[in-house]
Design a protein around this ligand. Structure first.
Ligand code: ADP
Ligand code: MG
Length: 386
């Protein structure tokens, strides 16, 4: 964070003449379970120690003000007037959440708000979901609304769909709302049931390497993958009519249906079915404290995403390849939708510094690109700061 929280408090008091209440909402990582959400499968996210901080207080009128400390921009509006998306991108996450709360029948009054964040924007750590959840929780507390955290997550997702135009799944907002220090959460994307698993990585640290690229293939390829999975489900239904998503299929079903599928559809299905099994295996490995096994399975996921699902890219593959050759690196994979963003890695604590410098240098040498490094720890979900 560029500015200390105490300084922002002072600035708030100076600007508005009232003490703010402060809320924190974290970004998230996903240990395993990639491209499983829209196949009705499982994901295994955790909230992290990078977060958005929201400073808020009632304004005493209908007039409301949003101030982005990091972008040095502000936005005024009247809480009683109709809301629609605006050109200032970041404002939409706020308006979208207000819209959701109002549509659910909650009465809001005017407020003043400042916010800052140390979650990198657009790197796949869900800075956007953290904004929605931090802001939503701030309004819920400030106006004493009865909104459970799971509903807040759904509202954040809907806000992002409607006001930011991003058709995201529920995982990011779910993790920001429901995350728990020392735990990962296994979310069933079909039923939204969830279960916490202990996440003690023992001698290992979580390190993210940002590829610093974002190929614009991501959106079109995402839609193609969804269509291919649907095609796979149709073929699988000829084997077992009860299969309505890849979540319900197993590898035996797939082997039976293989002949009636295009080769590429087969590989997509194979990845999605295997990945769902891997989530389960990682949960068991975490419970047993077998961290090396977790690392190994993450590498299997990367391989599947790269070769079978084909959503990786040269940069992500290079980051994983370099890291894999470093002593102390026990596993890693691309994280997120693909075609850019970060890799997530497990590295032995006493080797972390060395591995980081090897990966940074190696990536620069191989592709001429700088990587950004984020060392993250698992932390609590959204809440008010004392
Ligand atoms: P991600 O959620 O993966 O970080 P997104 O593209 O979904 O990436 O969201 C990033 C957007 O969220 C930014 O373009 C900006 O509009 C908003 N945002 C995130 N963090 C901040 C911040 N600290 N200040 C202002 N806007 C922010
Ligand atoms: Mg986002």
């Amino acid at each position: 964070m560029i500015q200390k929280r105490e300084d922002i408090k002072d600035r708030f008091v100076e600007a508005f003449g009232t003490e703010p209440v402060v809320f924190r909402a974290p970004g998230r990582i996903n240990i395993i379970g990639e491209h499983t959400d829209y196949n009705d499968g499982f994901v295994l996210p955790a909230a992290i120690d990078l977060a958005v901080y929201v400073f808020i207080q009632r304004s005493g009128s209908d007039q409301s003000k949003l101030i982005s400390i990091d972008l040095d921009e502000s936005y005024f509006f009247n809480i009683k007037e109709a809301l629609a998306p605006v050109d200032q991108g970041w404002v939409n996450y706020f308006l979208g959440v207000i819209d959701q709360l109002q549509m659910a029948g909650h009465q809001l009054e005017g407020f003043n708000l400042m916010f800052t964040s140390d979650i990198p924007m657009g790197s796949g750590l869900s800075s956007s979901a953290a904004l929605e959840c931090g802001f939503g929780q701030a309004l819920i507390d400030l106006f004493d609304l009865n909104v459970p955290k799971m509903d807040l997550a759904k509202m954040g997702q809907a806000a992002e769909h409607k006001f930011a135009g991003v058709k995201c799944g529920i995982m990011d907002q779910f993790a920001s709302c429901m995350g728990k220090d020392g735990h990962v959460v296994r979310l069933d994307c079909r039923s939204l049931e969830f279960e916490y698993y202990p996440a003690d990585f023992k001698a290992y640290d979580l390190v993210l390497f940002d590829s610093n690229v974002k190929h614009n293939l991501a959106d079109s390829q995402y839609n193609i993958r969804r269509a291919q999975c649907e095609e796979g489900v149709k073929a699988l239904q000829s084997v077992n009519p009860d299969i309505t998503s890849l979540r319900e299929a197993n590898l035996e079903d797939l082997a039976e249906a293989q002949a009636s599928m295009e080769e590429v559809v087969y590989r997509r299905c194979k990845y999605a079915i295997e990945e769902n099994i891997r989530v389960q295996t990682v949960c068991e490995a975490l419970q047993a404290g077998e961290i090396e096994r977790v690392g190994q399975i993450m590498l299997e996921t990367h391989h599947g995403l790269s070769k079978d699902y084909e959503v990786s890219c040269k940069e992500l593959d290079t980051l994983i390849e370099i890291a894999t050759n470093c002593e102390g690196h026990i596993g890693g994979r691309m994280m997120g939708g693909g075609f850019g963003g970060c890799t997530i890695n497990l590295i032995r604590k006493d080797k972390v510094d060395k591995v980081i410098s090897q990966v940074v240098d190696g990536y620069k040498k191989a592709l001429g690109i700088d990587t950004k490094v984020y060392r993250v720890a698992i932390a609590d979900g959204v809440g008010r700061l004392k």
